[in-house]
Design a binder for this molecule. Sequence first.
Ligand code: ZN
Length: 227
Amino acid sequence: MSKYGFTKIERDIKKAIPNPNSPTPQLITDLPSTPLSQFTLNYVKEKLPIKVLNHSIRVYLYSIAVIKDQFPEWELDSEIIFITSLLHDIGTTDDNMIATKMSFEFFGGIISRDLILEQTKNQDYADAVSEAIIRHQDLGESGYITTLGLILQISTILDNVGLNIELIHKDTLDVINKKYNREGWLNCFAGAIDNENKLKPWGHTSSLGVPDFKNDVLNNKVKYEKL
Ligand code: ZN
């Protein structure tokens, strides 16, 4: 089960990685090409705006780089990291925002579970993707998470807020951000946060602070873009 991430690990990133290794440059930006990877990439290309698609691919590439340096012993499958990264923000599309009153990442987790279960008939695979998506904004210091959930948290918060920067090499960030352009990303994501908090003020995004989380995003020091 560890190839799907069902191994418990501390949710607190500092406890999960108490002594970070020095990051090494990871300059290969290949994406998985398995049939399920292709299917999911085509699915999200139709539904996600390009800024969100590029963010999702950056999240995958950061995850691979961080795992190589910080968790070389993990057996997590790169295909499931790719699928989960591609689908993690599927709940933010216009159609999905008006389709539900549920928090975007919870609804995104449900849609993704259905989609992946239909494609794979593999419940453990679909559960793993769904659990990680549902918990990708569930940051905190107590308890545990799957390894897939932890790496998704690390990489999304790295791209959005600039935290966990010590876990990745500058040259790695450089090559990924040039290939999968982040032009306009922070404003786009800040807008998504506002939209979520406006349409679903009861939602989970509010637990990250209103408007603190949006301000953290706009104050991201990892800038490859002009605001
Ligand atoms: Zn995201």
